[in-house]
Design a protein around this ligand. Structure first.
Ligand SMILES: Nc1nc2c(c(=O)[nH]1)N[C@H]1C(S)=C(S)[C@@H](COP(=O)(O)OP(=O)(O)OC[C@H]3O[C@@H](n4cnc5c(N)ncnc54)[C@H](O)[C@@H]3O)O[C@H]1N2
Ligand code: MOO
Ligand SMILES: [Mg+2]
Length: 401
């Protein structure tokens, strides 16, 4: 049986290679950028007036001048005007170009304007410094600077930056087509009243819902624990999808056919069974056509945990995105004797200093679906240790904020 670390290495060495597609700017939200975005102009592209008021030549102010005759007005959206006489001023609006011949902006709040004679007088108690209230050209970024690197997940900030540099379309990664396949004769769908021996199936809904925020479209299938029909159905699904996420049928049961069926369909096993709880019977493989299969153990908490610890990071990495590892402080001692990595269910909170904290809510095993509601995530506790103590810090994967 391999370790969690080895399982991750194998999964990450079998990434999906996304092709590139071009989308309209607003459709790019939630997609993965597949080009570098550079500044087409300086940020800001001109000396930008940052306050409504008057623009003067500081030299006149230094000479002791406090009353400035108003020559005119420079509004945002007007080409740059010029101050004719350096003893005068121009009224300037936020967002306008700083007029030629001026280098200092004084806010309306700091002056008195006499409309009749068109004079602006600087109030006595006001300190003026040269170049104040000017957002100088190129102080934020220079033309040609790299603004957004390929591989970035696009959100509102990136969309705003792309808009300002004139990118009306963006090159993004084509996400894989994902099939979610649940298996099990005991399972009926959500709209069915189960018989005494049946339960409603939830894993495929959990997986679909977990994929949705990644903007990955998936299709759900449900298959019976019957070898022949599994072979036929999975063969078709493998042809039409890039990635298969199966749940159930991977353990030691007489009707757990998934590993042998995948073998018959020439999906080469990369591993079966990982030193972890939950999710020990996890199976992972790939076929010659590059189709990847995650066959997750059917117990609902196992399926859930394996998705967040393997499938999601694999999808992110395939798109060139490094996920940040979050860490939290354990609030209570916890003992776990088995030589397995324990993905312990935890409730996440913040300490009074704002530090992430995790409180164990272990639940009653990987069949305890309802315990997903008590926890917000999993804390990863190493296989080679059995005592974990309050105050210690370990990695966490959070599925709910
Ligand atoms: N003799 C052994 N038995 C089991 C072992 C073992 O090592 N030796 N491992 C246990 C562990 S750990 C797990 S996890 C499960 C994994 O089982 P399978 O992947 O074969 O899954 P199934 O047998 O199909 O189902 C297990 C359990 O989960 C429920 N289930 C399955 N699919 C869904 C679904 N879509 N929605 C809701 N619930 C689902 C199913 O009804 C079963 O109760 O094996 C242990 N056994
Ligand atoms: O791996 Mo199983 O998930 O421990 O129940
Ligand atoms: Mg089973």
């Amino acid at each position: 049986m391999i370790t969690v670390k080895e399982a991750r290495e194998i999964i990450f060495s079998n990434l999906y290679q996304p092709s590139i597609r071009e989308v309209e700017l607003l459709e790019a939200q939630g997609e993965y950028l597949m080009e570098d975005i550079k500044a087409d102009r300086d940020f800001p592209p001109f000396n930008r007036v940052a306050m409504d008021g008057i623009a003067i030549s500081f030299e006149a102010y230094e000479r002791g001048q406090r009353v400035f005759s108003i020559e005119g007005l420079q509004a945002a959206g007007m080409p740059q005007s010029a101050l004719n006489d350096s003893n005068n001023c121009l009224e300037v609006m936020t967002g306008s170009m700083l007029p030629k011949g001026t280098d200092t902006v004084i806010r309306y709040e700091d002056i008195e304007i006499d409309e009749k004679v068109s004079h602006a007088t600087v109030q006595a108690n006001i300190q003026i410094t040269q170049e104040q209230n000017i957002h100088k050209q190129a102080t934020d970024r220079r033309a040609g600077d790299l603004l957004i690197e390929s591989g970035t997940l696009l959100g509102a900030a990136e969309i705003a930056i792309a808009a300002t540099v004139g990118k009306s379309t963006l090159k993004v990664g084509q996400k894989p087509k994902v099939a979610i396949v649940s298996t099990g004769d005991e399972l009926v769908d959500v709209d069915t009243q189960p018989e005494a021996h049946q339960i409603r199936q939830s894993n495929s809904y959990a997986l679909s819902a977990a994929l949705e925020p990644l903007k990955i479209i998936s299709e759900r299938f449900h298959l019976k624990d019957d070898k022949k029909s599994l072979i036929t159905a999975l063969n078709g699904i493998l042809e039409n999808f890039d990635v298969l996420i199966l749940s159930g049928g991977v353990s030691k049961g007489k009707l757990d056919y998934v590993p042998e069926v995948l073998d018959e369909l020439n999906v080469a096993k990369c591993f079966h069974k990982v030193k972890q709880r939950p999710g020990k019977p996890f199976w992972f493989g790939k076929n010659n056509g590059g189709k990847v299969v995650f066959a997750l153990p059917g117990n609902p908490v196992s399926t859930f945990s394996c998705f967040y610890h393997y499938v999601k990071p694999w999808l992110f990495k395939s798109m060139g995105i490094e996920q940040k590892t979050l860490k939290a402080r354990l609030t209570k001692d916890f003992v776990f004797e088995a030589p397995l990595t324990n993905f312990l269910q935890v409730k996440i909170s913040y300490s009074s200093q704002g530090q992430l904290e995790a409180t164990p809510v272990a639940g009653k095993g990987s069949g305890d679906l309802a315990n997903l509601l008590n926890a917000d995530g999993f804390m990863e506790l190493d296989a080679d240790q059995s005592g974990f103590f309050a105050g210690e810090i370990y990695p966490v994967t959070i599925y709910r904020i």
